[in-house]
Design a binder for this molecule. Structure first.
Ligand SMILES: Cc1ncc(COP(=O)(O)O)c(C=O)c1O
Length: 441
């Protein structure tokens, strides 16, 4: 593996990337096209194949960012790209239907057990909007409960309290709104109630007193937008019980967990049947597609035309064929892809934990083998508040040192594993972890 260390002293290993970034900033706001990419090293990539990325300076990286999760079959997976290439010639958009839509819907619904009806779109952000809208229409109630530390897309009405300040005296319940962006309308999120996550009592109390106003609870089933925090045993079951008891729509936001933690998503892993759930990322294995699915009686509100869900590019041929090929590959050979992903991911998690111990650090590894998170903290982490006191500076240095060694988790410390990560990747990754820990310990 080429590592960034192999450059002569005094020369930058990412010189071309830096030059590109300067030129790009003169034409593209910030030189990037998603604010998430403003953080971390502004590397310009040339290409990706399997588990590896090559940048414009010729550096090669073992990639665990995987496009922020989607590339579960690695970069440019031949079974997917060949299928997309094959369908390019039939056209892209018809402002009408194509038989691939039903083919994908059948495949999708055979994977996701709670999916009685489905709608396809392009991004997780818009499917969150559709989910909240249809839940409000179904229940004829206004409020939606979201949780502190969770992210459900960048639209005004939901982009709140992902990274709120933590008050010394503890934050009140429900949490005061913290808008995440300048220019956001404070009115758009008036009907959103923010509660701490993994806190069954907070939900019990708020819902107990306000049930008649609450349309839905939306949750990431595993909190990946703050650390990689698992639900406490019984927590998701508790959400299911409380929502059922009060006719509140339970929405799982499986944009990250869907088709990643299991073919049937986190709802399969935890054996919970949400009323609605939404998917993106791994569903398209790199091609842009998202889905909202769930109970027939709720989803039927789209069918009647009473609840609007629209989009010029929804169910375009490229997205459909990419997703269909991806789902077939993920299901093939008794789900061999997941066996590989979970084996590699578990070995990495175990190896990183062992390296942390060897170096006497407080490195923590949490999550599941297909998606896990590394951070530095001497205390247990179970929610946003306990995560907020992890050592972010040391994490930043650790991630920078890994990048220097040619290993690339996401800039916030999440590692996504693909079916194409090799034993060699694993070995060089654990060597890099060892070297990075030596530098930051
Ligand atoms: C849990 C979750 N929901 C929604 C979104 C928004 O999805 P998209 O970026 O496709 O709009 C994301 C994006 O990372 C996410 O992690």
């Amino acid at each position: 593996m080429t590592t960034l260390h192999q450059r002569d002293e005094g020369t930058s290993a990412v010189l071309e990337s830096r030059h590109y970034h300067e030129r790009a900033k003169a034409r593209i706001a910030g030189g990037v096209n998603s604010n998430v990419r403003l953080s971390g090293s502004p590397i310009c990539f040339e290409s990706g194949t399997g588990s590896r990325l090559t940048d414009v300076d010729g550096n090669v990286y073992v990639d665990y960012a995987l496009g922020m999760g989607p590339n579960i079959l690695g970069h440019a997976p031949p079974v997917v790209t060949a299928e997309v290439a094959r369908t390019l010639a039939i056209g892209q958009l018809f402002a009408g239907q194509h038989t691939l839509e039903l083919e994908l819907a059948n495949e999708f619904c055979s994977c996701i057990k709670s999916a009685e009806l489905v709608r396809f779109g392009l991004s997780g952000s818009e499917m969150v909007q559709a989910a909240m809208r249809v839940a409000r229409a179904y229940t004829e109630r206004p409020e939606v409960i979201k949780f502190e530390g969770h992210y459900h897309g960048w639209f005004d009405n939901i982009l709140i309290n992902q990274t709120p300040p933590v008050a010394a005296q503890g934050n009140p319940i429900p949490r005061p709104h913290h808008l995440q962006s300048a220019g956001q309308s404070p009115h758009a999120s008036e009907d959103i109630v923010v509660l701490p996550w993994n806190d069954a009592e907070a939900v019990e109390q708020y819902v107990g007193a306000n049930a008649s106003r609450i349309a839905a609870i939306i949750t990431e089933p595993i909190m990946f937008n703050t650390g990689g925090i698992l639900p406490r045993p019984g927590y998701l079951e508790h959400l299911r019980r409380v929502t059922k008891a009060h006719n509140i729509v339970l929405i799982f936001d499986e944009v990250i967990t869907g088709f990643r933690v299991a073919l049937g998503g986190a709802q399969e892993l935890y054996s919970i049947r949400p009323d609605l759930s939404l998917f993106a990322k791994a569903l398209g294995a790199g091609f842009p597609i998202a889905a909202l699915a769930g109970r027939r009686d709720i989803m039927e509100l789209f069918a009647s035309g009473g609840v609007n869900h629209s989009g010029t590019y929804n169910a375009n041929i490229v997205s459909l064929s990419g997703a269909l090929a991806a789902l077939r590959e993920l299901s093939a050979n008794g789900q061999a892809a997941y066996r590989r992903i979970n084996a590699v991911g578990k070995a990495l998690m175990d190896g990183i934990v062992a390296a942390g111990r060897r170096h006497g650090t407080d490195l923590q590894v949490s999550g599941v083998p297909s998606a896990f998170h590394t951070c530095f903290a001497g205390h247990p982490i179970h929610d946003y508040v306990t995560y907020s006191t992890t050592d972010q500076k040391r994490l930043g240095r650790f991630l920078a040192a890994l990048l220097e060694c040619g290993v690339r988790p996401t800039s916030r410390g999440t590692w996504f594993v693909s079916s194409t990560h090799t034993d060699d990747d694993m070995k060089s990754t654990l060597d890099a972890v060892d070297s990075a820990l030596r530098q930051v310990s």
